[in-house]
Design a protein around this ligand. Structure first.
Ligand code: AMP
Ligand code: ZN
Length: 483
């Protein structure tokens, strides 16, 4: 990749958009006009990584979608306060309270000495890798990173409130949320409580009053007796359940209700449903007004997932010498609510598109003012529930149109949302192979001697080699062919 790609482009408001921002709200099951709670300030909470392993490209697709959302909000003139949690305790192998803590499991996998210090080292290692991944993908960092282990007091306070209000009960192994006490439990997915019952669970806890009840606190007893991370509480030493951290930390940093809560689609029926239950039962107000969910990245076997071993990391992409931003580009080619199937071929095609864009930019005039008509169309697309495929199609339309001087400036404006690091007009000329140059010279000669059929056939060969030739007053100009 050349220097045109990979630079950060600060986002600021472009215009007073006449196109209101419409976002698909999982809660209402329709596109709603986005109106913030407080004037122009938006509180955004996105569920972050469990730092026990590398993030895979599927996880990263969700973070890219959330980054696009954040950029679109800023583009529309909103000030965004973005909070992301880091799960470093309490996320069990199954989202439904079964199995070992993922962090403990990773300790064994990495053959580390069983100690709290090792767990911290593990969490720090994968958190740093995650931060590097998102930086390579040009994802803007949140304003607040909050770790579950740094907010135990807040989580215990929330559990105490739920116990006092009669929404939680104690068992031999923990404190559980009683889902039958909440009339609208499950409203996010629109499923009835019976439908949400995790049927695949074989080892149902017999003390649980309802199959959908979930752990708020797990005592360091029984199967968790050797759990290394533990804190004192009214119910004995233990550790928080996975869902409670997001309720406690979003409230601390954004208040309740806040504007937008995001995550992957798999969080709808368990994690986000339970976050809503805890927060709304404890405080009697909605947790968040808008709920946005990104669809899966799939592979031939189905959802890309760590558990099925079908995952690819960004590190592997880099090892194959493919620019990470090619993956970002690939994600832009699908709307966030559609599945995206990953193949190496599609990633390579995305990289070729970026290279072509970069090569093309060298012919553009110095950036002046963005073209108002194109900006209007662009705003319409991104404000229509983040319709990035439409925005990308517009980008290529602009790229292929004659440059009236506004092309570079327009593309730079677009890139405030795309985040592809397009700096404009500074690309090194693409390397043109000697064989292509030879074909171009032969074509010139054919044209001079008016052998037009031969000239056309040579043009065909040049195109087959991935280049185009344009006849200008200064002679033939060779360019990379845009698909
Ligand atoms: P986790 O670290 O497992 O909590 O996942 C981090 C984020 O990635 C969550 O928002 C998940 O919903 C999301 N996610 C997990 N698998 C995929 C996938 N295959 N495609 C898109 N997002 C995913
Ligand atoms: Zn969460």
């Amino acid at each position: 990749m050349n220097q045109w790609i990979g630079t950060k482009n600060p986002i600021h408001r472009f215009t007073d958009s006449p196109f209101m921002l419409q976002l698909y709200n999982t809660l209402t099951r329709k596109k709603d006009e986005f109106v913030p709670i407080k004037n122009k300030a938006v509180g955004l909470y996105t569920c972050g990584p469990t730092v026990y392993d590398f993030a895979h490209l599927g996880n990263l697709r969700t973070y890219i979608f959330e980054d696009i959302l954040k950029r679109v909000l800023k583009f529309n003139g909103f000030r965004v306060r973005h909070v992301m949690n880091v799960t470093d305790v309490g996320h069990l192998v199954s989202d439904a309270d079964e199995g070992e803590d993922k962090m403990m499991k990773a300790l064994n996998r990495e053959k580390l000495e069983p100690s709290v210090a090792s767990l911290k080292k593990l969490a720090d290692k994968y958190f740093e890798i995650f931060k590097k991944d998102i930086s390579e993908l040009n994802i803007l960092e949140p304003d607040v990173w909050c770790k579950a282990t740094g907010h135990i007091k807040e989580q215990i306070n929330l559990i105490e409130t739920l116990v006092q209000k009669g929404f939680a009960y104690e068992t031999a192994d923990g404190i559980y949320f009683n889902t039958s006490k909440l009339k609208d439990y499950g409203k996010l997915s629109g499923q009835a409580r019976e439908e949400l019952e995790p049927g695949a669970r074989v080892a149902l806890n017999p003390e649980k009053r309802n199959p959908t009840d979930f752990a708020l606190w797990m005592k360091a007893v029984g199967k968790h007796a050797s759990h290394l991370m533990r804190w004192p509480s009214l119910w004995g030493d233990g550790f928080p359940g996975w869902h409670i951290e997001c309720s406690a930390m979003s409230r601390k940093y954004l208040g309740q209700p806040f504007d937008i809560h995001c995550g992957g689609i798999d969080h709808v029926s368990i994690h986000h449903t339970n976050e809503i239950a805890q927060s709304e039962a404890a405080y009697g107000t909605p947790l968040a007004n808008f709920w946005l969910h990104g669809e899966f990245l799939t592979v031939a076997e189905g959802k890309m997932a760590k558990s099925s071993g079908t995952f690819i990391t960004l590190e592997e992409v880099v090892k194959k010498k493919i620019c990470p931003l090619a993956y970002r580009y690939l994600c832009l080619t699908a709307q966030y609510r559609s599945k995206l199937n990953f193949t190496w071929e599609s990633l390579k095609a995305a990289e070729s598109a970026l290279v072509a864009l970069s090569a093309e930019s060298q012919y553009w005039k110095k950036p002046t003012k963005p073209n108002a008509e194109w900006m209007e169309k662009f705003t319409q697309a991104i404000n229509d529930d983040l319709d990035m495929p439409r925005a990308i199609a517009l980008l290529w339309y602009v790229v292929k149109t004659r440059d009236d001087g506004s092309k570079a400036a327009t593309v730079l404006e677009f890139d405030k949302i795309f985040g592809l690091g397009l700096k404009g007009c500074v690309a090194k000329p693409p390397k043109i192979p000697a064989s292509v140059k030879k074909l171009v010279r032969e074509r010139e000669r054919a044209r001079e001697s008016r052998e037009f059929a031969q000239a056309d056939s040579l043009r065909g060969e040049i195109e087959k080699a991935g280049f185009t030739v344009e006849d200008t007053a200064d002679g033939a100009v060779i360019r990379i062919k845009i698909a």
